[in-house]
Design a protein around this ligand. Structure first.
Ligand code: SAM
Length: 599
């Protein structure tokens, strides 16, 4: 078992096979705890874009029969979960889209990336954040240096010896939707093992007569056009829809968009807070324009969170053909609850996709200095290998193969964390994410378009990879920023190089703290909170820390952004990264925990 539960009691797992819809609804009527519906899998790659007929209505009907505190989990292919999400009644609250690694990858026949995940949609009948146990995934150790896969650096005291909290990408287990899902059921039974729940009922609906709907074959026979010279290799300043309308039909080889999510981010000169219907109508307008300008057989890729991707999917499938739902596991580490850690990169093509340049050999991996040494556009770092510089160097020197096959789950690209790599934009993407995307979908000299170009990550990486580019950006500030950075490339500089910068924007509502010299190291202060917690038997409040702690409370006020950060070490056991160096004491502590919680 790759997970570990800190609190709670595992639910009893009951299996039920429904042979008809009536039987199914009557089973559901009695369910007040956790209900898991398993939808049929697609047989092969040809079925990946064929939805099960009526699956949205079916799950909506099931949900109406469930008890008022019930949790509903639907396991299925992406194409089916999209229908489920778009039909679920609003009496059920969307909680998570969990991507689960598939054991047998479905080949994409060179026109798609191989499919290596299915999903679990989690809903609750109650309207609050998901109630679940503290479930931890065991640390994995790099086979070369024997240290934890993630480098916890100076923060080991704030992590837990039993592992890291669960996120919404499950890569530590792998199974098939039409195979043995025991590990997935066990994980949900542990995850939801809190009062008043007692049972988890798994309902197999594969025998009630659900059929996949064939898609009509669409022949796209448009003439490709050249992008005019005056629109090539530049970034336009203005509104995306207005500027897109100036681009000829069928003249773009690849379009990528990372639009504003309407999540109240603080952009310069743009309100990220529209009415949701107004927001989606606006999105449909630029999606329509993007599909118009795309050449036949080419890809439009859209980055978003899974929930919003569902709505984009529904519109895009009316004008384009579904290609891939890429899971970018951006490797956030959850603190308390399951944390959404992944983004979707939704790929649709204009008509049937051409064979992708990454598979035909017309695009090759280009090594760029701003990407990590371990990065390869077509061969991701295999799960389990660490990113510690000395270990990476050892692997390179010893020619140790640490790469894996490219599929539709990417877990080797982190979000930008260090200020030295950031410019003044709140949602800047890591350049190597774009190196991979552009290298997969385009050949050198082809045209890449981004109509929400922001700080310029897309057009800059396209420029570096010798593609033609066209960017559109509404904010004058970001437009200037990207133009300056393109000029750097022309001057032989890497715009993604490390630099000392003073940044004002931040992708988080948490205020930025002034740079400061710490009189007492933060680690010492956090360990002091842990000592106080041990003494008084609970996590101290600010007043208690002031009373029982040995350092002035002002240090805590000044050095930390939240009380959660102050108490981080008090909430965990602390851990040791080096497997061999784990002391006898810590191993036995963990054993005690394991025995207590039926590990
Ligand atoms: C999520 S950010 C893109 C970040 C970009 N991928 C990067 O790495 O820097 C979205 C961008 O869209 C811009 N934007 C918002 N509304 C726009 C519009 N109507 N037309 C063009 N750009 C717009 C915002 O100013 C913002 O820079």
């Amino acid at each position: 078992m790759a997970h570990f539960v800190e609190n709670g009691q595992s639910l009893d797992i009951v299996h039920s096979l429904a042979k008809s819809r009536d039987e199914l609804f009557s089973v559901c009527k009695q369910l007040t705890d956790v209900c898991v519906i398993v939808l049929p899998a697609s047989k092969d790659s040809s079925q990946i874009d064929q939805p099960l007929q009526g699956v949205g209505d079916l799950i909506a009907e099931i949900s109406k029969n469930l008890g008022e505190n019930a949790t509903l989990v639907v396991l299925g292919e992406v194409i089916d979960l999209v229908q489920v999400q778009s039909n679920i009644p609003d009496t059920f609250m969307y909680q998570h889209w969990i991507a689960i690694k598939r054991e047998n990858t479905i080949d994409g026949n060179k026109r798609k990336l191989p499919h290596q995940h299915f999903g679990a949609l989690v809903y609750t009948h109650y309207k609050s954040s998901l109630r679940h146990t503290k479930t931890r995934i065991k640390y994995t150790y790099c086979p070369v240096c024997d240290k934890t896969t993630k480098d916890y650096g100076g923060k080991k005291h704030t992590y837990h010896e039993a592992g890291t909290l669960i996120s919404d990408v499950w890569r530590d287990i792998s199974c098939n939707l039409n195979g043995d899902l025991g590990e997935v059921f066990k994980r949900f039974a542990d995850l939801f093992g809190l009062e008043p729940y007692k049972t988890l009922t798994v309902i197999d609906v594969t025998q009630i007569g659900l059929y996949r709907q064939m898609n009509p074959i669409v022949h796209i026979d448009f003439q490709e056009n050249e992008l005019p010279q005056e629109l090539t290799n530049l970034v336009l300043n203005g509104d995306c829809i207005e500027k897109l309308r100036t681009i000829p039909d069928n003249s773009i080889d690849f379009a990528f968009v990372d639009p504003p999510y309407n999540l109240k981010k603080k952009y310069s000169g743009y309100s990220d807070d529209l009415d949701i219907q107004e927001y989606f109508n606006w999105c449909d307008e630029w999606l329509f324009e993007l599909s118009r300008v795309l050449k036949p057989g080419r890809t439009l890729a859209l980055l978003n969170i899974p929930l919003l991707s569902v709505r984009h999917f529904l519109y895009m499938q009316t004008i384009l053909k579904y290609q891939n739902w890429l899971v970018w596991d951006a490797l956030a580490f959850p603190v308390r609850l399951i944390m959404p850690a992944h983004y979707t990169i939704l790929c649709f093509t204009k008509g049937e996709s051409r064979e992708l340049p990454c598979f035909t050999g017309e695009s090759t991996h280009i090594r760029l200095s701003s990407a990590p040494k371990t990065f390869n556009a077509f061969e991701p770092l295999a799960d389990g290998f660490c990113l510690r510089e000395n270990c990476v160097d050892t692997r390179i020197a010893a020619k140790i193969h640490d790469k894996t096959k490219l599929t539709d789950i990417w877990s080797d690209i982190h979000r930008l964390k260090h200020n030295s790599r950031r410019v003044d934009h709140p949602t800047q993407l890591p350049p190597h994410l774009m190196y991979r995307i552009i290298s997969i979908f385009t050949k050198p000299n082809e045209v890449v378009l981004d109509c929400f170009n922001g700080s310029g990550t897309t057009t800059l990486t396209a420029h570096q990879l010798c593609r033609k580019y066209l960017g559109i950006e509404a904010s004058e500030k970001y437009w200037h920023l990207s133009n300056e950075r393109h000029q750097e490339i022309r001057n032989g500089l890497d715009p993604f190089r490390k630099m000392e910068r003073v940044l004002t924007s931040k992708n988080s509502p948490v205020p930025r703290l002034e740079k400061q010299v710490y009189k007492i190291p933060k680690k010492t202060l956090q360990l002091e909170v842990k000592r106080v917690a041990g003494e008084i038997g609970h996590i101290p409040s600010r007043d208690e820390l002031k009373q029982f702690g040995k350092y002035p409370i002002e240090y805590y006020d000044k050095y930390f952004v939240s009380w959660g950060e102050v108490t981080a070490a008090a909430r965990t056991t602390g851990m040791i990264e080096d497997r061999k160096a784990r002391t006898q004491q810590q191993t036995s502590q963990l054993r005690l925990l394991e025995n207590k919680t039926d590990f």
